[in-house]
Write a protein that binds this ligand. Structure first.
Ligand SMILES: [Zn+2]
Length: 202
C-alpha cells in the first residue's frame, strides 16, 4: 500500500504521474551515464551500468526498499541516435517486450516499461488548461537547454543551434510562461477573494 503505482484513480485510466519516472535524457544531461552507478531520486532506483565490456549499453535497475536493500535487477538496454546539433542522444529500449525506443520508462509495482506497454495516458490529457500551460512552458525551456524552473532565466543560445530556431523557441517559451502566469494570477485572485470572504464571516 502507498508505494509507487498505488495511486491509480478509480474509474479512470492510470496516468503517467501515477508511476516513478526514469528519464534517460535527464540522466544524459546530468552526465550520469558516464558515472556508471547512481541513484535516481526520488524513486530510489539504483542504476548500475554493466561492468561487462561485451554489454556496454546494458544497465541494471534496482528498486531499493526503505532499508536500502536491493530488489531484483531489471536489465535495460540503451540505444543511441545522432542529434541535430552533434553528439548522441540516449534512449531506453523498452524491456517489457515491445522493444521500442523510449526516453522515459515508468516504474511501478513491477518491471519498468514504456508508456505504451503500461497503457498509460499522459497526465496532460487530464490536465486543466492552466497545468498544461505550465508543462508546455517547461518543455520549451528544456528544448532551449534551460531549467524547467520558471524562476530561472532562459538560457543563451546553445552551441550549434541556429539563431532563427533560438529566437523562435525563445519567444515561444516567453509566450507560454505568460499564459501560465496569467492562469496563476487568476487562481491567486480567486484565493484572495475566498480568504476575504472567510475573514468577513469571523
Ligand atoms: Zn514497451
Amino acid at each position: 500500500m502507498g508505494g509507487l503505482g498505488s495511486g491509480r484513480r478509480s474509474n479512470s485510466k492510470a496516468t503517467t504521474s501515477d508511476y516513478g519516472r526514469l528519464d534517460v535524457r535527464s540522466w544524459q544531461r546530468q552526465g550520469l551515464l558516464a558515472v556508471g552507478r547512481f541513484v535516481c531520486w526520488p524513486w530510489n532506483v539504483e542504476v548500475i551500468m554493466s561492468p561487462n565490456r561485451d554489454e556496454p549499453n546494458m544497465i541494471r535497475l534496482y528498486h531499493c526498499n526503505q532499508s536500502d536493500q536491493h530488489g531484483e535487477p531489471h536489465p535495460v538496454r540503451l540505444s543511441w541516435t545522432p542529434c541535430n546539433y552533434g553528439g548522441k542522444r540516449a534512449w531506453f529500449i523498452c524491456p517489457r517486450g515491445c522493444g521500442h525506443r523510449a526516453a522515459i520508462l515508468y516504474y511501478g509495482d513491477s518491471s519498468p516499461s514504456c508508456r505504451h506497454c503500461r497503457q498509460l495516458s499522459y497526465e496532460s490529457q487530464h490536465d486543466s488548461g492552466w497545468h498544461r500551460s505550465l508543462r508546455r512552458a517547461r518543455a520549451t525551456r528544456m528544448r532551449l537547454g534551460g531549467s524547467a524552473n520558471l524562476t530561472e532565466p532562459l538560457p543563451g543560445k546553445p552551441k550549434g543551434m541556429h539563431w532563427g530556431t533560438y529566437r523562435r523557441l525563445f519567444s515561444k517559451a516567453t509566450a507560454r510562461e505568460q499564459i501560465f502566469l496569467g492562469g496563476a494570477l487568476t487562481v491567486l485572485t480567486s484565493l484572495e477573494k475566498s480568504i476575504s470572504r472567510l475573514n468577513g464571516r469571523v
